[in-house]
Design a protein around this ligand. Structure first.
Ligand SMILES: [Zn+2]
Length: 66
């Protein structure tokens, strides 16, 4: 059986952020290494843009969840 080490080994640099939308104030959890653009679930404003590994957060970071 082949083991998927990617899933088993935690990546310490990866975090989840609580980001507030600049447009509507909606709070949403965003993965800070998002590979695709993350949009606000309420108004579709971009909250994070992928940028060479780590995502660029466009909203306001309220909290870092570890
Ligand atoms: Zn919004």
């Amino acid at each position: 059986m082949e083991v998927d080490w990617e899933k088993l080994i935690p990546k310490p640099r990866s975090r989840f952020l609580l980001v507030q939308c600049n447009e509507c104030g909606h709070k949403q959890i965003v993965f800070d290494h998002a590979k695709i653009e993350v949009k606000c679930q309420v108004c579709s404003a971009p909250l994070a843009m992928p940028k060479g590994g780590k995502a660029r957060i466009l909203g306001r970071v309220l909290e870092v969840l570890t």
